[in-house]
Design a protein around this ligand. Structure first.
Ligand SMILES: Cc1cc2nc3c(=O)[nH]c(=O)nc-3n(C[C@H](O)[C@H](O)[C@H](O)COP(=O)(O)O)c2cc1C
Length: 377
């Protein structure tokens, strides 16, 4: 099974350790970071969404016109748009990028952050709305005749789009969330189900929960899985751990100065979303798991999204990622703290090892008719 690498398409150089040096939308930096990914073996980058952040859709369109191969994962919150409108934006962007778009539908894990853009629904209802929204968007992408929709959250009549995606039948649908309502909605509609990096046994639990939800929704095809980490690599284990502690120190120093890199994550004492609560509980139960997982960065940021680190040499981190591949994860997502340099280092030193080992596993599996993989899983 192929492996893919997802990086980050930030629009400025700020991170948990670094104060941004310019505007929130820094056009040159956005391109420089995306190019670093394209030039160093990454497949796709995530354009994230936050209430006050630059709009990721035109940022993704800009990158699509500048770069040839890099695929785009566009985060989108249903509450900010009507699905007829969003479906056309996505189809246009898929045309601009000649089929490089995947849409990451975000339900939103924090009531206050959702309220900033007028969303008053509670989280479980938000998931029900996201599910209907995705179904409508898929239908618009693939329907050539005008149709009516009478749903719980959306009602419209006689709509047909005049712009269709480049990809046929449609772009991929990506989805994240770790609550039962998330598993239900994503299990029913997602092509890619995204998880934040947790220890291997907890990741296996989540994969099972999503697979069960997909089966309960009557699907025969299960979503592909993605898992996200913050790798901290250096030429020796000792140097990598020194770097890890320096990184933690820099995160704490920023917090000590009262600086919050993202209002989406850092303005609440305890996270409301299940995914972040899980990260906090895992960090409280232990600082190190498995081969290289380090939870101190997640503890320091109260499980702010992708926040668990993998620490070690490129070889150690690659082997740790392969452990997730062996669990059934096909997409590995990674983001450093110094975004450009870390994207280059990870692309140079980690991605080639993982791809080579995956090719060996796939060849062994092909040679014995699938029994090897069945044995590892
Ligand atoms: C890989 C990944 C990327 C995400 N990106 C964003 C984002 O850009 N903006 C955002 O508001 N939420 C983002 N989320 C949050 C989730 O989509 C979800 O709304 C939230 O975590 C609620 O989760 P819960 O079901 O665990 O409570 C992301 C989640 C994952 C797993």
């Amino acid at each position: 099974m192929p492996v893919e690498f997802l990086g980050i398409a930030a629009t400025n150089d700020g991170s948990e350790t670094t104060v941004r040096s310019g505007l929130a939308f820094d056009k040159e930096y956005t391109l420089k970071l995306a190019r670093a990914h394209e030039d160093h073996g990454w497949d796709r980058v995530l354009f994230a969404y936050g209430s006050g952040s630059p709009d990721p859709a035109p940022a993704a369109a800009y990158i699509a016109t500048k770069l040839e191969k890099l695929q785009l994962l566009l985060a989108h919150r249903p509450n900010v748009s009507y699905p007829t409108f969003a479906a056309k934006t996505f189809a246009t962007l898929d045309q601009i990028s000649e089929g490089r778009l995947t849409v990451h539908f975000i339900t939103g894990g924090n009531d206050h952050e959702q309220g900033r853009e007028g969303d008053t629904l509670g989280k479980d209802e938000r998931y029900a709305r996201t599910e209907e929204y995705i179904r409508v968007v898929k239908k618009i992408w693939t329907t050539r005749e005008p149709f009516d929709h009478e749903g719980e959250y959306y009602r419209f009549h006689d709509f047909v789009s005049d712009v269709f995606p480049h990809q046929q039948p449609r772009p991929g649908v990506s989805f994240g969330g770790s609550s039962p309502a998330a598993y239900r909605a994503g299990g029913a509609e997602a092509d890619i189900y995204c998880l934040w990096g947790e220890p291997l046994d907890r990741t296996a639990e989540q994969i099972e929960a999503v697979r069960a939800a997909a089966a309960a929704a009557g699907r025969t095809e299960v979503p592909r899985f993605q898992v996200a980490f913050r790798p901290i690599i250096a030429p020796t284990e000792e140097l990598a751990w020194e770097k890890a502690h320096r990184t933690l120190g820099a995160i704490r120093a920023r917090q000590g100065r009262g600086e919050h890199p993202s209002p989406r994550h850092h303005d609440r004492p305890a996270p409301e979303n299940t995914g972040s609560q899980r990260l906090v509980a895992i960090a409280e139960a232990g600082e190190r798991y498995d081969r290289a997982l380090w939870t101190a960065t997640a503890a320091a940021t109260r499980g702010a999204g992708n926040s668990n680190a993998l620490v070690g040499t490129p070889e150690t981190v690659a082997q740790a990622l392969l452990d997730y591949y062996d669990l059934g994860i096909e997409i590995l997502s990674a983001r450093g703290y110094d975004l450009v340099d870390d994207a280059i280092d990870f692309g140079r030193y980690v991605i080639p090892i993982v791809r080579e080992e995956v090719a060996k596993r796939d060849a062994a599996r092909a040679a014995d008719g699938g029994r090897t993989l069945a044995a590892v899983r």
